[in-house]
Design a protein around this ligand. Structure first.
Ligand SMILES: Cc1cc2nc3c(=O)[nH]c(=O)nc-3n(C[C@H](O)[C@H](O)[C@H](O)COP(=O)(O)OP(=O)(O)OC[C@H]3O[C@@H](n4cnc5c(N)ncnc54)[C@H](O)[C@@H]3O)c2cc1C
Length: 488
């Protein structure tokens, strides 16, 4: 098959028949549903990039298994440059399309390439061979993958085996000669409703008594027993001019219920090896937190551009405080990107040679996004003024009686038409003051783990002892020579 076009991707979605429910109804054809259409456009752009003269090189890679040209979204990072290209690619895509959803599956593939390899080294299980065969299939068919890690988790203070309801984390309920049967539910799964396959992995480190919960596998989205209950950022009942971003591009998440789902052995990559779950979660978290250095600066490119356009159309772009606020927006976004570049440059190979970005920098990326994105919204609201939320709707603007009034009274800078100004404000509203804005804030906060998880990892990965040694040498407690030879 090789690289799919966007059309072939949509066709592949049509051929599968997953059980999807949105807003109380079962979806007959996911390629036609209005809530999913913008989401398909966003993922579809990843397929278009692979054929686009400007982006082709960035969006594709050479498979280290077959040497074929494949989508970069299904590539295992072979170098620091591959890590950097991940950031460049996600940034280039998200500045147009918001969340393109494929990075979660991509991070899962890279994580499993290391973890399945390490389990095999210890137990000779054959998981790595399963994984390699699966990867070849994914690369050949150019499949869109979702990754389901986050369990519904029930009582947060209890570990999986201690929960009153044993299904609060996905677990193995039966082992058969030809495969396993799993039950449970995963929450918030990005892009799963417009994917071909779901990769399932544990969400936390397990203890020996949780070993039935230490399970990783991959299945097609239309496997019997899989039920998705989702929602998307697509607007309901507003004009295209009112929601210029959300009517074209979209993000989606779904609850994925596994109602005694059968998984054949050749699709299993972990089954009870609980000691490897901590490693799996840490590696995945590093990859996924690193992803935010590409996608969030990409979205900020658009938000900053919109803020600058509003300033121009209000004719305040030369005011000192406006320039200061725009500069602050740039500094937040580019600090995140720069930290990602550092994480890529300091990445190291693990397992079979898969490159993993630097843990400390990747976590700083995600924590900065989680806490600073809110300030970007405040700044654009401040720069734009109240029209960010009060601009009349497309229908009113185009009403024959109202249009002359609105043309007159919605004008700002004299040489800019009222319609351009309305369009710019509607984009600002769509991106930063309605459903999409809330989504962007919450995904920035919780996607890849809540901020506290990053703070803990940052504290654990920073070598305070070495810095204490430095302080001892500089204060005369120890001779300076001892520090000069210390690896910092
Ligand atoms: C838009 C979006 C897209 C996502 N996409 C995906 C995806 O594609 N795949 C996927 O697997 N996941 C996905 N996630 C899930 C994401 O990883 C989780 O939201 C995140 O890990 C937080 O888990 P939670 O939502 O269950 O919140 P909770 O774990 O309930 O956290 C809520 C708060 O409680 C705290 N807390 C939780 N447990 C404890 C405890 N034991 N002790 C003390 N404090 C605690 C947390 O630190 C946090 O402050 C997505 C999330 C969002 C919002």
């Amino acid at each position: 098959m090789g690289l799919k076009t966007k059309f072939e991707y949509i066709d592949s979605l049509r051929r599968q028949k997953p059980a999807i429910y949105i807003y109380g109804e079962q979806v007959e054809d996911r390629t036609k549903h209005p809530a999913l259409r913008p989401v398909i456009e966003s993922v579809g752009l990843t397929y278009e990039f692979a054929h686009h003269p400007k982006y082709r090189e960035l969006a594709t890679a050479k498979s280290h298994l077959t040497s074929e040209v494949i989508s970069r979204f299904n590539h295992i990072h072979q170098s620091n440059d591959d890590l950097l290209k991940k950031l460049q690619l996600t940034r280039a895509l998200t500045r147009f399309a918001g969340c393109v959803a494929r990075c979660v599956g991509w991070d899962a593939l890279n994580t499993l390439s290391i973890v399945a390899y390490e389990i095999d080294r210890k137990y000779k299980t054959g998981y790595y061979e399963n994984f390699v065969n699966y990867l070849k299939y994914v690369q050949k068919e150019d499949l869109a993958l979702a990754c389901a890690m986050t369990d519904v988790k029930g009582d947060r203070s209890l570990r999986p085996a201690d929960q009153q309801d044993k299904d609060m984390y996905v677990h193995i309920v039966e082992k058969r000669e030809n495969g396993i049967v799993v039950r449970g539910a995963k929450a918030h799964i990005s892009g799963v409703m417009v994917s071909n396959e779901i990769i399932v992995m544990p969400t936390r480190a397990m203890r020996e008594k949780d070993k039935d919960y230490a399970v990783a596998f991959a299945i097609p989205v239309d496997t019997p027993g899989v039920i998705m209950v989702g929602r998307t950022t697509a607007p309901r009942e507003v004009g295209k001019m009112d929601a210029p971003f959300r009517s074209k591009w979209g993000a989606s998440e779904a609850f994925v219920i596994f109602d005694d789902v059968f998984v054949p052995w050749d699709r299993v990559f972990m089954c009870g090896e609980w000691e490897f779950t901590g490693m799996l979660v840490e590696i995945f978290a590093t990859y996924h937190r690193f992803s935010y250095a590409g996608c969030k600066p990409g979205m900020c490119d658009l938000i900053i551009g919109t803020a600058a356009l509003l300033a121009e159309y209000n004719n305040v772009e030369h005011a000192d405080h406006i320039q200061r606020k725009l500069t602050d927006m740039v500094m937040t976004s580019e600090t995140v990107y720069a930290c990602g570049v550092a994480a890529a440059a300091q990445g190291k190979p693990m397992g079979p040679g898969t490159y993993v970005p630097d843990v400390l920098y990747s976590n700083i990326v995600k924590h900065t996004v989680a806490t600073k994105i809110y300030e970007e919204f405040q700044r654009i609201h401040d720069i734009g003024g109240g029209l960010v939320v009060t601009t009349p709707s497309e229908k009113d603007f185009n009403h024959p009686k109202l249009r002359p009034y609105l043309e007159k009274y919605l004008k700002g800078k004299v040489d800019v038409s009222a319609e351009y100004r309305v369009r710019a404000f509607k984009l600002a509203e769509d991106l930063t003051a309605h459903g999409f804005a809330g989504w962007l804030m919450v995904v920035s906060c919780h996607g890849g783990g809540s901020p506290e998880a990053q703070r803990l990892t940052i504290f654990r990965s920073y070598n305070f002892n070495k810095r204490k040694e430095l302080a001892k040498c500089m204060s005369g407690i120890k001779p300076l020579e001892e520090c000069l030879t210390l690896e910092m």
